[in-house]
Design a protein around this ligand. Structure first.
Ligand SMILES: Nc1ncnc2c1ncn2[C@@H]1O[C@H](COP(=O)(O)OP(=O)(O)OP(=O)(O)O)[C@@H](O)[C@H]1O
Ligand SMILES: [Mg+2]
Length: 274
């Protein structure tokens, strides 16, 4: 079932039907479904400049073991939602909860020690440092973890172990992305936030990123993945959210979203027909 959500000016189907529900019902659906969530956001309002809200009341959750995708047009607030969850911008209203604990307003370094990992959209490696040093940065708050975590990460990404002495700045875009993911995985997080991991990569490398992401998820890490390659993202995720103008627009399983005619028309465009 695809659930349509959001502001009243959106086209919507009859409340409670297979194809959609009104926004009041949707909060109820979220409330009920998110009861045992690992990480959840409720009615989050946030932005960068006082008085200018970018997120206008977002609901979101990820369960233990899930891979959840977030798609939507440029400027929809996808990165902003990840930054709000990870304590990089101020949440002016609403709550973020991790395993039932209110973590709203907690800083990124605190969240990392609580099992939240984040790979930003850009500038996500230290180019002058080697691969190994980049991975060390991932455990700077718990250096004793290095050996065990290095084994875990190089088990997932063997190339990072083989090339541990190479400077990250000399790597290809795809390899850098692996380093960035590897760094975030060094604390062995329970949930990993990925912002556009396939952006700027060749189709073959994009595919590798999706395969790797699924592999990380299968290794027991819950994943929240923001992606511009919406169709591919929906293929691999358990559930997806469409964000539009800082609000939830639709949510459903990845499969249902990618087959929903309204989602195809509004958000998947010609890609969906390819
Ligand atoms: N540091 C910032 N300061 C002020 N406004 C910002 C900042 N970063 C983003 N914004 C604004 O917030 C809005 C949402 O941006 P955001 O980066 O969350 O979008 P997005 O959905 O991730 O888009 P994209 O697909 O292009 O990455 C945009 O209007 C953007 O201009
Ligand atoms: Mg973004």
């Amino acid at each position: 079932m695809t659930t349509q959500q959001g502001s009243d000016d959106r086209p919507r189907t009859d409340s409670g039907t297979e194809a959609g529900a009104d926004s009041g019902t949707d909060r109820g659906v979220h409330e009920r479904a998110a009861g045992n969530a690992l990480l959840r956001a409720d009615e989050v309002i946030a932005g960068y400049v006082p008085g200018v809200n970018i997120l206008n009341g977002c609901d979101f959750y990820v369960d233990d073991g899930e891979l959840v995708g977030i798609i939507g047009p440029n400027g929809a607030g996808k990165s902003t939602l990840l930054k709000a969850i990870f304590g990089l911008i101020k949440v002016s209203s609403g709550t973020i909860t991790l395993r039932g604990e209110d973590i709203t307003g907690q800083k990124a370094n605190q969240l990392v020690t609580k099992g939240v990992g984040f790979v930003p959209q850009t500038n996500n490696v230290f180019p002058s440092l080697t691969i190994e040093e980049n991975l060390q940065m991932g455990v700077f708050q718990a250096p004793k973890k290095f050996k065990q975590s290095f084994e875990f990460v190089t088990g997932l990404f063997p190339a990072l172990g083989d090339r541990r002495a190479q400077r990250a700045g000399s790597l290809s875009g795809g390899e850098r992305q692996m380093v960035a993911m590897g760094r975030a995985l060094m604390m062995e997080p329970s949930v990993l936030l990925l912002d556009e991991p396939s952006a700027g990569l060749s189709p073959a490398l994009q595919d590798e990123v999706f395969v790797r992401t699924r592999q990380i998820n299968r290794a027991g890490v819950s994943v929240i993945m923001v992606e511009q390659n919406a169709r591919r993202c929906l293929q691999i995720c358990d559930r997806g959210y469409v964000l539009d103008q800082g609000r939830n627009a639709y949510t459903a399983s990845g499969k249902d979203l990618s087959n929903d005619p309204k989602v195809i028309e509004l958000y998947l465009g010609t890609l969906a027909k390819a």
